[in-house]
Design a protein. Sequence first.
Length: 193
Amino acid sequence: MTELIFATHSDHKVKEIMAMMPQQFTVKSLKDIAWIEEIIEDGKTLEDNALIKVRTIHQRLGKNCFAEDTGLEVNVLGGEPGVHTARYAGEHRDTEDNIIFLLNKLENKTDRRAQFRTVMSLILDQKEFLFEGIVRGHIAEKKSGESGFGYDPIFIPEGYDQSFAQLGSEIKNRISHRAQALQKMLAFLNSID
Ligand code: IMP
């Protein structure tokens, strides 16, 4: 039984990861270990931020842990918002405002291709590892659906004609950026078992 701390304050991410995690792993969230301190994510890349989170927890607790940082990368915006995805419309980090800001930027744009990219970081036995997951798709003209979180109501994955928020957690957790990064990390963990 491997115990891992998941270094995130996002209840949404915890819910998704817990739903996808095989039983042989015991995952504890920051809430489970009563860690309330904010972790300042001031890196220049998703990789930087994913590492900041695991290093913070590992330095203090010395335990095996993983984290992830996710960005939405829009082709016509040169990969924006990328590492700024959470605060695209400002430091108040409001999801509704972020969505409106992005939809305004894409007004009248026909090329709406985008991808979600997750970088998952792991510290295991004092060593660091990174795993990447990408799902390609496009940005809808308007919001639809209630499931998921963040930009899910405006992201339509390739091969589907509904948003992640309409498709629901079962499909999202099968094909998403986060699911793909997690599968790579699990394959690695199983390979060294
Ligand atoms: P962070 O990885 O917690 O910094 O999240 C960056 C931003 O991306 C936040 O605005 C999240 O709401 C958004 N985000 C992260 N993961 C997802 C996802 O799976 N679907 C939609 N939005 C997401």
